[in-house]
Each structure stands twice: as structure tokens, then as C-alpha cells.
Write a protein that binds this ligand. Structure first.
Ligand SMILES: *Cc1c(COP(=O)(O)O)cnc(C)c1O
Length: 441
């Protein structure tokens, strides 16, 4: 289904001229796919609890205003971690009471703005809590909580493991005295009504995520027992559902995660606690891909190499850490039709000027030829949306697509909607000090 829609979209993208001499890379987002993922998330939690649940999309996974507005239309709020992300959420029309601010380095000004707006804040550490003491002196409508690190251990990708013994995030719960300090902090501050954890992203096994959630649930129970009332009303369980980058299959599913939570932490879902979730990658990854034209092909040391226009600027993690972040590559011909042919081991290279700029190394694909098109799949989150400006390569254009039945007169049955215009060369010059050319003379 998804693959069918994608093949339609690639054909139409080529026919409708989304790939050009000037724009040899284009990113595409499956609008129906995003809506289906949002519905799957809502449904999975609705199936296991009657409690109110705010699903807040982690904006960093796809910081694009039309995407946030689409998710808002699906009842999904926003988790933001910088003034820029907050501004994007606001531009998308996401209400303050559906926005959550998490970040380990919030300035006083950011905290103050969040409290003025009434958006939820999770304090990262005791120093931030001290700032909140001052800022809330006159009262606030913001739901406030503390982020804790259950220190349950990491996953297969160190850089994304937030719940290790020495992680920089949250209050390290197993450090000496920390648990007592956290409980005391709640007893001293009746306005602390939330508790937050996010055990990591991609590479964390499901069972470990559930363990992290169980730890915060038990801490909430302990705080409420000590307070003699339901002071903690809402538990924010973070995001981090891993994405399968190996095949079309969505695995694990939100339903599997929710069912495991129900089995392992039933008290969390029995209606006493409201919930917040902060999924990012799992909502968008499989609903996006980017296309790039093959500019040249060659051999080097007898290895065939297809030189494309997509590399480190749109696939930063894959290029710098290919072992952790392999991407599926689909080959299309110059008309955008799936390419057939005997698989040949080859490299798919990007345009940047360093040797490691490869989308795929030693990959068996139909032999790519000049003028073909390659698609890097499952890249709807953290890839083209998180541009990396190496070699002054431009931010690529992003287009939403909807496969129609053709009765509305659209070309090829696929309608594209611009999500982000491609960056122009003039814009690159301007943001690179172009207006200040003589400032160092
Ligand atoms: C990045 C992040 C998320 C989202 O993680 P995904 O792996 O994209 O689901 C959620 N919460 C916090 C605090 C984060 O930093």
C-alpha cells in the first residue's frame, strides 16, 4: 500500500518536473501515511486506557510547519526543545495547552515565555527548578514537572541513549540521595503535578523503554503516597519507539508498545493518571523519502559508483555513522519507473567533497545509469528536514503528496503540495554573511 503510493509518487514527481537541473534532489512526504500513523498512535492508547492522553510530536524529528499543522489536525500536539521549535509549533497553530517544553538548557527568558504562554514545562535539574520557584511566585497556568533519568541503561546507539548512568538528561534517579531529593521537591512544591522521562530513541529495545516508564510510574506512586494526595496527575512517558529501516514493515507498532505497557505497568493506564507521549521518528520516518538524480556513473577500483546529488546534507547520520543508520535505497529509471535488472554491488554516492559522503556502500541494486533516480526510503524523520549545510548545499524542497483517483483532473493521479521551498543560492549567500562582505577588511 505504502510502497504502491510511493511508486506512483516517484513517477509523478519525475513527470511533473519536481527534479530539475536546478533542483536535483526533492523530498516527498506521504500525507495519507502521516494521517494513518497518527491514527494508529491515537488508537493504540485509546485501546488500553480511558485516561486523557496528549500525544505531543517531538518537533525535532520533522521541524516543518505544514507537517505540524497536519499532525495538529490529527489531534497531535508538539514537544519543543528550543525557541525555534516553539515558534514553529505556534506558526502551525498548535495551542499552548497541547505544547510541552523539554530541553536540558532552557534560558530564563525561555522559561518565562513558556510560563506566560501556559505551556507545560519539564524541569531538567534542580537549578532549573530554582528558576521555576521564582517564576511561579505569582502563580502559573503551566503544568510543571521534573524530568528524571531512570538510569536503566542504553541501547545499540550510544548517541541516542538518554537513560544511561551518566546521561546529561534529567535528574539521575539512582544517584545517591537523588530519589529522596525528588520526592522532597514535590512535597515542597504543590505546583509540581507532572513527572517526565524519555528513555531514548532508536536502538532502545521495547522492554527497556517499558522499564523506564515503570520506574517513573513507581516514583509517581511514591510521591503521591508521601503527599497523601494525587499530587502527580500526569505522567509524560516520552517518545522513542524504534523504527524498522530494513523493510516496508512497521515494527514494532504503537499497539504492541501500548499492549506491553498495559501488561507491565497496568496502574499507569487505569485512569488515575493523565498521559503525555512524545513520539517523533515513529510518526514520520516511514512516511517520507527523498529522490536524487544520478548525475554520473563510474568505476573506481572496479567498484561501480553512482554519483547522485543527495549525501550528507540530507542523510547526515547515515553518512557519518553508516553502521548505525543504513538506509534502504530504491532504484528508478529516468522516467521514474522502478528499475529492473540483475543486482550489482555498487556505491551510491553524494555530492559532497569528502570520501565518506555515501548514501550506501557496497549495495546490490540494478546497475544505476546516468539519468536514473534513486530514492532513500524511511527518511521522513531527522533526514531532509534536519538539513546540514556542508559544501553550502541548499536545503532541499519538500513536497507532500496525495495519490488521487485521477477524477479531479490531476496529472498522474498524484497531487503535490509544497511543504518547504528549496533554498536558493541567493539565500545561501545572504545567510553566509553576504551582506557583510567587507566587515573584516
Ligand atoms: C527526541 C526526543 C523525543 C522523540 O524521540 P523519537 O525517537 O523521535 O520518538 C521525545 N522526547 C524527548 C525529550 C526527546 O528529546
Amino acid at each position: 500500500m505504502t510502497a504502491d503510493r510511493r511508486n506512483h509518487a516517484v513517477r509523478a514527481a519525475v513527470e511533473q518536473g519536481l527534479l530539475t537541473e536546478e533542483q536535483p534532489v526533492a523530498a516527498l512526504l506521504d500525507i495519507a501515511g502521516i494521517r494513518a500513523s497518527a491514527a494508529a498512535l491515537r488508537g493504540a492508547f485509546a485501546d488500553v486506557t480511558d485516561a486523557p492522553v496528549l500525544h505531543a510530536f517531538a518537533v525535532k524529528a520533522a521541524p516543518l510547519v505544514p507537517v505540524l499543522a497536519l499532525l495538529n489536525d490529527e489531534g497531535i500536539g508538539a514537544e519543543v526543545a528550543s525557541p525555534g521549535e516553539l515558534a514553529l509549533a505556534q506558526a502551525a497553530g498548535i495551542p499552548a495547552d497541547r505544547t510541552v517544553l523539554d530541553s536540558p538548557a532552557k534560558t530564563l527568558a525561555e522559561l518565562s515565555e513558556a510560563l506566560t504562554l501556559g505551556i507545560a514545562v519539564n524541569a531538567d535539574n534542580p537549578q532549573e527548578l530554582a528558576r521555576l520557584d521564582e517564576l511561579t511566585a505569582g502563580g502559573t497556568s503551566s503544568p510543571l514537572g521534573i524530568r528524571v533519568n531512570p538510569q536503566i541503561g542504553g541501547g545499540s546507539i550510544g548517541a541516542l541513549s538518554t537513560a544511561t548512568a551518566t546521561s546529561k538528561f534529567g535528574v539521575a534517579l539512582r544517584d545517591e540521595g537523588a530519589r529522596k531529593t525528588v520526592v522532597r521537591a514535590y512535597l515542597d512544591r504543590p505546583w509540581l503535578t507532572r513527572l517526565h522521562t524519555h528513555s531514548g530513541s532508536q536502538g532502545i529495545p521495547l522492554a527497556r523503554m517499558v522499564e523506564g516508564v515503570r520506574e517513573v510510574y513507581e516514583l509517581a506512586q511514591e510521591i503521591n503516597a508521601a503527599a497523601g494526595s494525587q499530587q502527580v496527575t500526569t505522567i509524560d512517558i516520552g517518545g522513542g519507539l524504534p523504527v524498522n529501516f530494513d523493510s516496508e514493515e512497521t515494527a514494532p507498532t504503537y499497539a504492541e508498545y501500548a499492549a506491553l505497557l498495559k501488561e507491565q505497568v497496568p496502574g499507569l493506564l487505569d485512569g488515575r493518571y493523565g498521559l503525555v507521549t512524545e513520539f517523533g521518528r515513529s510518526l514520520l520516518a516511514k512516511n517520507g523519502f527523498f529522490l536524487a538524480r544520478v548525475e554520473y556513473t563510474k568505476t573506481s577500483g572496479s567498484r561501480p559508483i553512482a554519483v547522485t546529488h543527495a549525501g550528507v546534507q540530507v542523510a547526515t547520520r547515515t553518512v557519518y555513522d553508516p553502521e548505525s543508520w543504513p538506509l534502504r535505497i530504491a532504484a528508478y529509471d529516468g522516467q521514474g519507473r522502478p528499475k529492473a535488472g540483475e543486482p550489482v554491488v555498487q556505491d551510491v554516492a553524494g555530492p559532497a567533497c569528502f570520501a565518506g559522503d555515501l548514501l550506501a556502500q557496497g549495495r546490490a541494486l540494478p546497475l544505476l545509469e546516468q539519468g536514473d533516480v534513486v530514492a532513500a526510503l524511511d527518511t521522513g524523520a531527522y533526514y531532509f528536514s534536519n538539513h546540514y549545510g556542508y559544501n553550502s548545499l541548499p536545503r532541499v524542497g519538500v513536497h507532500g503528496y496525495a495519490v488521487t483517483d485521477g477524477t479531479d483532473g490531476t496529472d498522474g493521479g498524484v497531487r503535490f503540495s509544497l511543504v518547504r521551498a528549496p533554498q536558493t543560492t541567493a539565500e545561501i549567500v545572504a545567510e553566509s554573511g553576504g551582506g557583510l562582505a567587507r566587515s573584516l577588511l
